[in-house]
Design a protein around this ligand. Structure first.
Ligand code: ZN
Length: 434
């Protein structure tokens, strides 16, 4: 089927070089016969949804239009129509070269003298009549006079034009296999789907399993877009992590260790383009793994002598806590449901503990950001580190993204600063937050 919308044709972005070659060859012949060249207006790339029966896919395409105006030696010539006139009945069949205005349409179709030539002024039996607009005047001209009238070989130009149309139609034609190879999905939706997929099924590569997480997430997203439309919804923690992965990729540009590596260059251009094909899905999916590795590298070794040497703040104080490294997280099931005891260290190795109600999927080494209220400070003797530990207890905590915690810290410094609207986060008490 052809990708077209009324008069417009859409050609797959990847096919444009071939189409351009075809048009160049046609123009080479026109140039040799000193006829005006065929001009192509190209816009894009744009992403268009193409429907195939029950399902649809997004394709990156260029909008291609042929310019029908000729710059002839006698002025600007517009080919409007070629009419075939029946010798006995004078019944006319029209072939139009452009979308006619109502005025032009009247002059093409509703003439009392179908065979009167405006060039030589004679009215005799003619089979082919051209309707042209030259210097803003509409003229009907017999096929024998048209070259002299326009100052160029209309017939060879018309043949070239038709060849060009044929090429565009050929190149705008797609079938299922082509669609499968070229269809794209939005980068952000893919990252969300892949985050969810790898969380549920683990991260798989072709070499390990013959199935890759990237391909599976790509396919699952295609089905989801068909079923749910253009903005599928994901749990807040999935959205949050997908954004963090995207930001991690974007930061590669300013990172001297990453910016020259092909791997990161390819990811950067994918994210900037905004869409990816199935072939690129494994690459983008692997960025989730890279991001996780990056996070675990950020975690610092916890060495006893430097740990938990002081209390912090005042009891009852509510604080934003950024870059907290989780040291342990124990889930307990009691009469009233789950509780999670999370211990973590801040950047100065001060120890914090939060006994949270609910089940939180954090693990040692995770870096988290939260706002909490300080409880009673405690001290205890650690058998592991053989020393006295100063512990800050926390109450009523809420996890935040890095972006949010920075904003809260900024707001704390300057209370008048406005907070930007953000996506709603679930309550910490009821759901894990990433
Ligand atoms: Zn004539």
């Amino acid at each position: 089927m052809q990708i077209r919308h009324q008069q417009e044709r859409y050609v797959l972005e990847t096919r444009m070089p071939l189409l351009q070659q075809r048009i160049d060859a046609i123009n080479e012949k026109l140039r040799a016969s000193k006829a005006p060249l065929i001009e192509m207006n190209i816009t894009g790339p744009i992403i268009r949804r193409i429907h195939f029966g029950l399902y649809s896919r997004l394709l990156p395409v260029m909008k291609v239009e042929l310019n029908r105006e000729l710059d002839g030696p006698k002025g600007e010539v517009k080919m409007l129509a070629l009419s075939t006139v029946d010798k006995t009945t004078q019944w006319m069949e029209h072939k139009t070269f452009t979308k006619l205005t109502p005025e032009q349409d009247v002059q093409v179709r509703l003439t009392d003298t179908p065979c009167l030539c405006d060039h030589c002024g004679t009215n005799r039996i003619r089979v082919y009549m051209y309707t042209l607009e030259i210097n803003n005047e509409i003229k009907r001209v017999g096929s024998g006079c048209v070259d002299e009238f326009a100052g160029l070989s209309i017939r060879s130009w018309q043949a070239a034009y038709e060849k060009a149309v044929e090429s565009i139609e050929k190149y705008s034609d797609v079938d299922f296999s082509v669609v499968d190879d070229h269809s794209v999905v939005p980068v952000m939706d893919f990252l969300k789907e892949a985050v969810m997929h790898t969380k549920e099924h683990g991260y798989l590569t072709f070499n390990e399993s013959g199935r890759s997480s990237g391909y599976e997430a790509f396919q699952a997203l295609g089905d989801r877009l068909d079923a749910e439309g253009d903005s599928p919804t994901y749990p807040a923690e999935v959205v949050e992590k997908a954004k963090a992965v995207r930001d991690h990729i974007l930061k590669a540009e300013a990172d001297p260790e990453r910016r020259d590596k092909d791997y990161w260059c390819n990811l950067l251009s994918l994210v900037k383009y905004g869409h990816l094909t199935m072939r690129q899905s494994s690459l983008l999916c692997s960025s989730i793994k890279s991001y996780e590795t990056h996070l675990s590298k950020m975690a610092k070794p916890l060495e006893g002598a430097s740990l938990a040497n002081e209390h912090f703040g005042k009891e009852g104080e509510r604080l934003p806590l950024k870059n907290m490294q989780v040291a342990s997280a124990y889930v307990d099931e009691g009469e009233w449901g789950y509780t999670t005891k999370i211990t973590m260290y801040d950047e100065k190795n001060r120890l914090f503990e939060w006994k949270a109600s609910g089940r939180f999927e954090v693990k040692p080494g995770d870096i988290v950001h939260l706002v909490g209220t300080l409880g009673k400070p405690e001290t205890f003797e650690s058998k592991k580190y053989e020393k006295i530990m100063y512990k800050n207890t926390l109450k009523r905590c809420k996890f935040h993204s890095l972006e949010e915690i920075d904003e809260l810290i900024e707001k704390g410094k300057n209370p008048k600063a406005k907070r930007r609207p953000k996506e709603p986060m679930p309550e910490a008490e009821t759901q894990p937050v990433w």
